[in-house]
Every structure is written in C-alpha cells, then in structure tokens.
Design a protein around this ligand. Structure first.
Ligand SMILES: [Zn+2]
Length: 469
C-alpha cells in the first residue's frame, strides 16, 4: 500500500492523457469532417443528458445517467489506477455490466447491457475510495466531521451510438445527505471539479471560499491560507495575468490519524484547490516545520496560474508543469523570506541529489510511464534551474523568474507551439541560448545516463554554467 513508506507528496496529479487515444479521437473527428456527408457531422456534437450523484449514506453513493437518446454504451474515460472501478463500483441492475480497458497501468471502464441492447438510463452504486492514484486525482477525500470531497472527472465520459463514440454534455445534480450542504464551482455541471458534500457551510477567508476540516492542525491551515494570496501576488505579477477570483479552497483531513506516514496532495481545477492531508506525520510537521506547508501551497497555486496562462502545459511532458511549479515555489519561498539563505541552498542541493538518484531508474521523459513519477518534480526543477543559470549566470534563481516571465509573455503574444516542451526551448532561443546547448539539454531530458551525477556535471560544462549552479 501506498502508505507503507513515508510519502512526502504535495502532488497535483493532472491527468496524463492517454496520447494514443486522444490522437485516435482527433483522427476520428477529422475523418468524420472530411469524408462523411455534412448531415452526419452532427454526430460529433455532444449528447445531452442528466447526471445525478447522490450520497446515500456515509460511504455509499449512486451515480445515475439518463441520455437524451438511447445509446449502446457509456465509457468512463478518465483512467484510474488501483481497483476503484473494479472493486468499489457495482451496476445497480443485473441487466448491465462494467468492463475495463487497460491504459498504461491504469484503466477506463465501459457500462453496457449484457444483451447488447440500447438503453437511455443506467446507474452505478459505489463506495468511498480514498487510495492515492500515482498519477491522477484522488477520487474521494474524507473529512473528520463526515464531509467528503468528490472529484467529478471520474464520472464523465463518452457514449457509443451504433459504432460511433460521441462526447456527452450532461446537466448535473448533486444530492447530499439530509441536512448536509454542497459546495461546487458549478453545481449544475459535470465539468471536472471538486464537489464538497458535508455538514459544513463554506467560510470566506482571504479572498477564498473555504471548507476546512477541523482536524487539520491550525498552524498548517494558517500557513496554507496565508501563503495562497502571497503567491497570487508574486506569480500573478510574474505572469502578468489576472486570475478570476474568488477560488474555492477545500482541506480534508479525515485520514490524519488512521494512516501512517505523511502525505499532502492537492488537486487543482479551475478556481479550485482541494487539499488532502493524510498521516500522523502531518501533525508533527505542523508543530516543527510549518513552512513545509507554505511550499506545498505555493506549488499548487502556481498550478492555478499555469492553468490561467496555458491550456495544456505539461500534457506532453509533466516535468513542464511539475518541475516549474517546484522551481518557482522554491524561488517564491526565498523571495518571501520563508527560507533562510541556508535553507534555500539546501532545497536546491536536495533536488539535485534526488534528481541524480532518480535518473538511475529512467530518463526524465520516461519517468511517468516507468513508475518513476517523482523524477518530473526533482529533475524537472533542476532543468528549470539550469535554464535559470543560462538566462542569468550570476543569479540562477532570478534567471528562473525571468525565464517564466518570458514564457508567459510569449504565450500571451501567441508565440506558442502546441507542445509545451517546445515552448520551453523556444523561450530559451529568445534568450539567445545556442542550439548546441539546447541539444545538450534535450539529450539530458531524453536519456537515462550511465552515471547520472557525472552526466549532470558534463551537461553543466556543455551549458557553460558553473558546477555550483
Ligand atoms: Zn504539482
């Protein structure tokens, strides 16, 4: 189990979209548009319908679907690792079955009738599932007072009509336990978001709408809430963007006492951050080192800002959003005095030694598909540090800041490629970083070196930056 070891996770696990599937879907639509009579093009439109998620009891739920026309199947497209859909979901009617489709150590699910007949309505019952998926969002997070946040992304999907797959656009209804409340970004939509079901009413604080588990230590809560507006100012200014506020902050601590280790995970959606703090170690950190929470909160708010500026930063290579969120979070911590000079040097040294250790397992690019996801954070941050040193050799930290200011500026001026890693290299070119240096950096991203520490040293030499950077 994931809590068998100490896990210090701060992780936003954005969907690593299954590229082949997406590419096939795109091809399918192109095919439709080009080769089929225009009357059939309408099939590519979204099918309307109604989705209802009902909390039946403390840990039991029903998700119901009714489509406007009869369909052959519905696919829950977002892949999920672990056994959530296999063991925690059941069809509510024996005429139906759930089937699973493996996608890169995760799986999607399809519901259909056993006899192959079409249907308009179907439903599944499920139990609360709180395991951490390695690369994806938590499906449920529990609160100590009976509240739960639910990530809706696992419930959306496509329908099959005859042999064509079609997107859906479902109106949603969320039904809490009697006397409980709901908090959502859009209470009538199944768009990916976090929905709070529980006894609390939201409280407005520091420009955010919050629901906070009373079990979360106050030092952790205060550090997270007070850091968020500071990051908003720093990163908002850097990216030159205005974020639509207020945003919703959810903080769940239902498993603070029941699991060992330390885990702080956050999911970021448009205008929402949902934190889940698990494990007894969190309480120790809250007493000893509260700035730990500031760094993790900063990382998540940086993701919110990335989402404002870029549509799909890191969908090609997650190191693009995770590595930069860590690098910018370290710099934020330094700028705002959360880190002493010594702590600041130490976090960068630590990232470098973790990066070289993780390079023993896989290249940076291949980390996510090789059970080495942490490499996108550690080496991802180091790659930003190297870029920072190329931009500003005497002050690489400032260089990171300058580099990401340029990245955002170029995006706003539409000087953008579709692949975010290409954006990175194009931005380097705009600082006159020569092609041979870019090639050396590209190779470092793609290859698993024989001797990572010396490979990093050689790379620094090739980039013409000092070994201390
Ligand atoms: Zn992240």
């Amino acid at each position: 189990m994931i809590y068998g070891m100490i896990n210090i996770l701060h992780l936003l696990f954005r969907l690593i979209s299954h590229p082949l599937k997406v590419a096939m879907q795109k091809l399918f639509y192109v095919y439709l548009l080009i080769t089929i009579a225009s009357s059939l093009v309408a099939k590519a439109d979204s099918l309307p319908g109604q989705f209802t998620l009902t909390r039946d009891s403390d840990r039991e739920w029903t998700a119901s679907y009714c489509f406007d026309i009869a369909v052959n199947a519905f696919e829950f497209e977002r892949p999920m690792s672990g056994n959530m859909r296999q063991d925690y979901w059941q069809v509510t009617n024996d005429l139906f079955e759930l089937q699973y489709e493996d996608i890169n150590q995760e799986s999607a699910a399809i519901i259909q009738r056993k006899d192959g007949a079409v249907f308009r309505c179907t439903s599944i019952s499920m139990q609360t599932y709180t395991d951490l998926p390695e690369k994806n969002y938590l499906a449920f997070s529990t609160f100590s007072d009976g509240g739960v946040t639910v990530y809706t992304g696992y419930f959306s999907g496509s329908v099959k009509i005859n042999s064509n797959w079609q997107k859906t656009e479902l109106t949603a209804q969320y039904v809490p336990l009697t006397g409980n409340n709901i908090l959502a970004r859009d209470i009538h939509s199944l768009d990916p978001q976090y929905i709070y079901f529980g006894p609390q009413k939201s409280v407005e604080r520091d420009g955010s709408i919050t629901v906070i588990d009373p079990a979360i230590p106050s030092t952790a809560r205060e550090m997270i809430l007070s850091t968020m507006p500071q990051v908003n100012i720093e990163i908002g200014t850097l990216f030159g963007a205005v974020q639509s506020t207020p945003f919703i902050v959810l903080m769940a601590g239902g498993e603070l006492q029941s699991v060992s280790g330390i885990s702080m995970k956050a999911g970021v959606q448009k205008n929402q951050v949902a934190y889940t703090l698990k494990g007894k170690g969190i309480i120790k950190i809250a007493n000893k080192n509260p700035s730990w929470f500031a760094k993790h909160a900063a990382h998540e708010v940086i993701h919110l800002w990335q989402g404002e500026v870029w549509n799909n930063l890191g969908e090609d290579h997650p190191r693009m959003h995770e590595g930069s969120a860590d690098a910018l979070a370290y710099e934020f911590m330094h700028r705002r005095g959360f880190y002493t000079e010594e702590q600041y040097q130490k976090v960068w040294q630590k990232a470098e030694s973790k990066c070289t250790a993780l390079l023993e397992k896989s290249s940076i690019h291949e980390g996510p598909s090789n059970g080495n996801f942490d490499i996108v954070y550690q080496c991802g941050a180091i790659v930003n540090r190297l870029a920072g040193a190329l931009v500003n050799p005497s002050n690489p930290g400032q260089g990171i800041w300058t580099f990401w200011g340029r990245m955002a500026e170029r995006q706003k001026n539409n000087q953008n490629s579709s692949e975010s890693e290409q954006l990175f290299f194009e931005a380097l070119s705009s600082f006159d970083v020569k092609p041979d240096k870019q090639t050396a950096l590209q190779r470092f991203l793609e290859r698993k070196p024989e001797d990572p520490a010396s490979a990093l040293g050689t790379l620094k030499q090739a980039l013409g930056i000092s070994a201390a950077n």
